[in-house]
Design a protein around this ligand. Structure first.
Ligand SMILES: *Cc1c(COP(=O)(O)O)cnc(C)c1O
Length: 366
């Protein structure tokens, strides 16, 4: 019932039986293919309802392969300006050195993305819900924009997971995951994944093998184990997100609660057609700014101060000091990242326990 870990770099080459093995089905070397890794990729592919999948050493490894494998000098990328920090760095500082240009789509103009693509656009990159403001973007509109100019749409589905959102069903050509987060689910591994149409994944094979961001088989085994409980865990993450939103919205010490659909009526409507659950990520803005944000973090007992997300334990971080510290204060302001913002990755604790923890912590704050 439990698949083995193929903890090997190389494989016995079946020279003596070569006539009974169809060509291409022979494992040669783990950077190219490994049965433990194929199994992890297959579980993610199935969850996303995709044709093919591949796992990588990290989310950034997956993204690097997707971006470098899809583009050449002179091409243009159209990307949401609100992407994960290292994805922004990859597009802004790394691929730009190879003659690839990026056209940034402001969060508030995301529904007009069809007007921003050009004949040079080869790839569109979007993420929804976003980090840390949990804005929701219309994947069908991004897919129409890609199709209009014959480009590919790449969606980072890390926050939503395939349990809550399947971008492939809405027209994405490639879906990327930081499997470090919800897919692994226990904060004990780094991994990434790409899934999509076979034609697109096949076109990235040589780049992926050559860049070498191959997952270690032991981490692949842990990822398989995480995938077995994904649906159950996400159900509880969703429940905890709903419970905390209800508890915290309108609290006198809280200025704003960011949650998928909380920004506008339009985003609320979009959530209903695009997502089947809203996840366990929620961000709060404390009235008392950074001082109160620190106070809240130190008074919480069940929620641990740490970056990253998607594990079974609840974590809290201050984006202005961690994930978004490299942005200027004006840049943060423009993106709605206040100094008093606390980002929560709610775990799978009992919702009543989490609510009580927040009640106690907020009460003890001055
Ligand atoms: C963490 C994360 C990444 C990067 O993944 P790594 O596994 O850390 O390389 C990319 N996108 C999002 C949304 C993330 O949360």
């Amino acid at each position: 019932m439990v698949p083995p870990i193929y903890q090997t770099s190389t494989f016995h080459y079946p020279a003596e039986h070569s006539e009974v093995r169809p060509p291409g089905r022979v494992h040669l070397y783990t950077r190219l293919e490994n049965p433990t890794l194929s199994q992890a990729a297959d579980l993610i592919r199935k969850a996303e309802n995709a044709e093919m999948g591949r796992v990588y050493a990290s989310g950034m490894g997956a993204l690097s392969a997707a971006i470098l494998g899809s583009l050449r000098s002179g091409d243009e990328v159209v990307a949401l300006e609100d992407l994960y920090g290292n994805t922004l760095t990859l597009l802004r500082d790394e691929v730009s050195r190879f003659g690839i240009s990026v056209r940034w789509v402001p969060s508030d103009r995301s529904d007009q993305v069809e007007d921003m693509v050009t004949d040079q656009t080869r790839l569109l990159v979007v993420e929804t819900p976003t980090n840390p403001t949990l804005r929701v973007h219309d994947l069908r509109a991004w897919s129409r924009a890609a199709r209009k100019v014959g480009a590919h749409l790449l969606v980072d589905n890390t926050f939503a997971t395939p349990v809550n959102q399947r971008p492939g069903d809405l027209g994405a050509h490639l879906v990327m995951h930081s499997a470090t987060k919800y897919l692994g689910g226990h904060s004990d591994l780094l991994a990434g994944a790409l899934v999509g149409e076979s034609r697109v994944l096949e076109s990235l094979r040589v780049t992926s093998e050559t860049l070498g961001a191959t997952l270690d088989p032991l981490a692949g085994y842990l990822l398989v184990r995480g995938m077995r409980t994904l649906a159950l865990r996400i159900r509880r993450h969703n429940e905890n997100g709903r419970a905390l939103r209800e508890e915290l919205e309108g609290h006198p010490k809280i200025l704003a609660v960011h949650y998928p659909g909380s920004h506008s009526e339009a985003e609320e409507r979009l959530c209903r057609t695009q997502m089947s659950g809203r996840g366990g990520m929620i961000s709060l803005v404390l009235r008392g700014g950074s001082r109160q944000a620190h106070q809240l973090m130190s008074h919480l007992r069940l929620v641990h101060p740490a970056s990253s997300l998607g594990g079974v334990e609840s974590l809290a971080s201050i984006p202005a000091e961690t994930s978004h510290r490299q942005l200027s204060p004006e840049e943060r302001k423009r993106r709605g990242i206040e100094d008093g913002m606390v980002r929560l990755s709610l775990g799978i604790e009992d919702p009543a326990d989490l609510v009580e923890d927040f009640r106690n912590a907020l009460r003890s704050m001055d």
